[in-house]
Design a protein around this ligand. Structure first.
Ligand code: SF4
Length: 430
């Protein structure tokens, strides 16, 4: 067992903070013009993890470990430091792959099959290796997939902390969301009161939700700006606004970062200077999750083929709605919608909806081709490939299916992935 959260803080102090300084003082070519945005995003990310380390050492606070199917506003209302476990692997895939291998190996040695989604294997391995923060509790739901439904009961046995399971509805309508919101009111709030020692404060919750609504407006404005051709920010930057929202919605540091991004994107559009260092020729909708370990992939695609990944269909905000702050019930309903509709939670409903959602994003962002991740271990997206291929053929959409593991570069090494992408652009798109 390692020291709790040590590998994480080693990355924060040894990589993130120095990297933010590098972007601030001498931004890296060819993205010098975006240096202040990289600095802001990296700093906010470092602050997010630093806050979790701070809460671990503070007897008046708790770390809220949570999973897809939830958003963090209620945790912030109780002054907790939230950590969304599904985003945790990508923190390491971007910074230190040896930790990723270590945690995946730990899960496999404990008997977790290799065909379970690597996100879940990573989380289990992190728990087995003692990396997950202490002074914490864990809240999860039955969304979004088989992988998580296998992993959470195992986590239940490994984790030595209070745990709450919520039942995510399968249906997609208001009644289903009210069913989920009722659990937030009847189960989650009392659970938080018990485990933080604090009484629920409606005004504080409204304040947090209002803050998250402000951040949401900036997020929508930023994504709207990305519909402009050429898109105002490089692909690697465009990945972060939505994931930052899921991690920090309701915290002022997120609102500030999204405001800076949104204002910068808006200014570039207004001044007609959205062109980046490489001429935009193609727009790619990346359905599901692109590789999280290859930080240079988007820049390479932009430089080699003028191909911009303008959206991936699991990180678009269009499906989320702001939260109505009129009453406790309206706020809980809004937070329930956001939780159920956020990123991977899209996978919980039928493939037809996922396809329609992807086609809408394809049209909205003026894409001319589609990449579809075939993430080994994800039955939802791999199972959808036949239907996706059929609909793309029918609509004459050029599509590349790539079989890989978005967390583990040993399954399809970056160079082999690039070979496939190069072949696609030089044959199908040429
Ligand atoms: S990638 Fe698929 S299997 Fe993995 S967490 Fe997402 S929906 Fe579940």
């Amino acid at each position: 067992m390692g020291e709790s959260f040590k590998r994480t803080m080693d990355v924060v102090d040894g990589i993130l903070r120095p990297m933010a300084q590098v972007w601030k003082q001498s931004p890296m070519p060819p993205y010098e013009d975006y240096g202040h945005l990289f600095t802001e995003l990296i700093d906010t990310n470092a602050e997010h993890f630093g806050d979790i380390a701070g809460a671990m050492a503070n007897k008046d606070r708790r770390v809220a470990l949570f999973e897809f199917g939830l958003v963090p506003q209620l945790f912030f209302a109780f002054d907790c430091a939230p950590l969304c476990l599904e985003f945790y692997p990508s923190f390491f895939t971007r910074t230190n792959m040896s930790v990723v291998y270590e945690f995946l190996d730990a899960a496999e040695e404990a008997g977790v099959p290799t065909d379970v989604c690597s996100t879940d294997r990573f989380i289990l391995g992190a728990a087995l290796s003692g990396e997950l923060p202490h002074n914490s509790f864990f809240v999860t739901s039955s969304a979004p997939c088989d992988g998580t439904r296998i992993a959470y009961p195992i986590l239940h046995r490994i984790l030595d902390c209070p745990i709450l399971f919520l039942d995510a509805p399968f249906r997609y309508d208001r009644e289903a969301v009210q069913y989920y919101a009722k659990q937030l009111r009847d189960d989650l709030i009392p659970f938080l009161e018990k485990n933080t020692g604090k009484k629920f404060d409606l005004d504080r919750f409204r304040q947090v939700v209002t803050e998250s609504n402000t951040a949401y407006e900036y997020l929508v404005d930023t994504h709207d700006a990305y519909t402009v051709m050429p898109a105002p920010h490089p692909g690697i930057l465009r990945m972060f606004p939505f994931s930052s929202f899921i991690m920090d919605a309701g915290h002022a540091r997120l609102t500030k970062t999204l405001r800076i991004l949104s204002e910068d994107a808006g200014r570039r559009v207004k001044e007609g200077r959205t062109q980046g260092p490489f001429k935009e020729k193609h727009r790619v909708l990346w359905v599901h999750v692109p590789p999280t370990y290859d930080m240079d992939l988007f820049a390479w695609m932009e430089e080699q083929f003028g191909a911009m990944v303008v959206s991936n269909s699991l990180s678009s905000t269009t499906i989320l709605e702001p939260v109505d702050t009129t009453s406790l019930d309206s706020m809980l309903e809004g937070v329930a919608w956001q939780g159920l509709d956020m990123t991977m939670s899209l996978m919980r409903f039928e493939t037809e909806k996922l396809i329609n959602f992807s086609l809408d994003a394809y049209a909205r962002y003026n894409c001319d081709c589609m990449f579809v991740t075939q993430h080994v271990g994800c039955k939802s997206i791999c199972g959808a490939s036949g239907m996706l291929a059929k609909i793309c053929r029918k609509k004459d959409i050029p599509v590349l299916f790539i079989e890989f593991d978005y967390n583990d570069d040993r399954v399809l090494p970056p160079q082999l992935m690039r070979n496939q992408i190069e072949e696609f652009f030089t044959t199908v798109m040429d």
